[in-house]
Design a protein around this ligand. Structure first.
Ligand code: AMP
Length: 218
């Protein structure tokens, strides 16, 4: 299955994508994760992207478009993929289509996680991430066994710069400005499906599994 997971930050796309990519054995491609890796490694892309990411702004289209075009062309995407956090602009959506048509790997379905502002703020402000493996936690919803430490490797849990309250509000604003045209683009193609991003992890998983059966996705 070739899926695009669309929704605001904090909608639970990444959490679902991690579970589903293991289950369906297809890569989970998160542009946010790729960019954070680049920032950590201080590559030229990382150094450029950091300025935008810290403010909750979008990294310029040409940077992310090329990054994703290279990633979806890799052999491990032959069986499918889950794109998380891309596309975020209409230009990204259109160029993704052009790339995938050339590869003969068109998107099957776009799943839109429609999420309330209260849920977004609650999830993002409580999110903590492992410095070593990048695993996500939440101070209330998904607490680690030992406060401040990753269950997997004991790594320190930190709060992302862009999960601080003032940046969260900017990210929501940026998202609200850009998402309507992406939604209408995919609606026009008849491949947009909506699920609630307010569900908890298990409920969301249940809804997605049923949707995949209904849509005959493999
Ligand atoms: P995320 O982890 O998806 O919330 O992404 C974190 C940050 O990375 C965003 O706030 C943007 O600055 C940047 N980013 C991730 N994906 C994209 C994208 N498709 N287009 C532009 N910027 C992106």
């Amino acid at each position: 299955m070739r899926l695009v997971l669309l929704g605001p930050p904090g909608a639970g796309k990444g959490t679902q994508a991690k579970v589903l990519s293991k289950e369906y054995k297809i890569p989970h491609i998160s542009t946010g994760d790729i960019l954070r890796e680049a920032v950590k490694a201080q590559t030229p892309i990382g150094l450029k992207a950091k300025v935008y990411m810290d403010k909750g702004e979008l990294v310029p289209d040409e940077v992310v478009i090329e990054m994703v075009a290279q990633r979806v062309a890799k052999p491990d995407c032959g069986k499918g993929f889950m794109l998380d956090g891309f596309p975020r602009t209409a230009a990204q959506a259109k160029s993704l289509d052009a790339t995938l048509v050339k590869l003969n790997r068109p998107v099957d379905l776009v799943i839109y996680f429609k999420t309330s502002v209260e849920t977004i703020i609650q999830r993002l402000s409580g999110r903590r991430v492992c410095r070593i493996c990048g695993e996500n936690y939440h101070v209330k919803n998904i607490p680690p066994k030992v406060a401040g430490k990753c269950d997997k490797d004991g790594g320190e849990l930190y709060q992302r710069n862009d999960d601080k309250e003032e940046t969260i509000l900017n990210r929501i604003k940026v998202y609200d400005n850009t998402v309507p045209e992406i939604i209408s683009y995919y609606e026009g193609k008849g491949i947009l499906r909506t699920v609630s991003g307010d569900f908890d992890v298990d409920e969301a998983y249940d809804h997605l599994s049923k949707l995949f059966v209904k849509e005959n996705l493999k």
